[in-house]
Design a binder for this molecule. Structure first.
Ligand code: FE
Length: 136
């Protein structure tokens, strides 16, 4: 297992300058993109998904599956240390929020209704991710 990624911290003004409005809303304000609108929900290419805030490798295409929920869904992160899970009781629900371990950016939530073998569904906003295609 790898070490915890080195944390990066930026001021709110720096994040606003670095990110698009949508990335800022999701990553820094814990926003959620509307279902079936994200650029990566239907992406089936082979490659890696990095944090749109800091570039950390978060998910890999081999763990992506079609959940039908409207957001990119993964069975597990690229590395257990790449993401951090937090209890989230907002909106009268009890959910587990997933953030980037390196920059603290909000990614989405993880639910216990995924496919085998993990049984997990990491439901992640496209706006939180950048995709790098792996050339054959
Ligand atoms: Fe990050």
């Amino acid at each position: 297992m790898s070490d915890m990624p080195e944390k990066i911290e930026r001021t709110d003004a720096e994040w606003r300058e670095l990110l698009t409005q949508e990335q800022y809303h999701v990553l820094r304000q814990k926003g959620t993109e509307r279902p079936f609108t994200g650029a990566l929900t239907e992406n089936h290419a082979t490659g890696n998904y990095h944090c749109a805030g800091c570039g950390e490798l978060l998910f890999m295409s081999g763990a992506k599956f079609d959940s039908g929920c409207g957001w990119p869904s993964f069975m597990l992160p690229a590395d257990s240390k790449a993401v951090v899970e937090h209890e989230d009781r907002s909106f009268g629900m009890r959910r587990v929020e997933v953030t980037c371990a390196r920059c603290g950016g909000h990614l989405g939530h993880v639910f216990p209704d995924g496919p085998r073998p993990t049984g997990l569904r990491y439901c992640i906003n496209s706006a939180s991710l950048t995709f790098t295609r792996q050339e054959p």
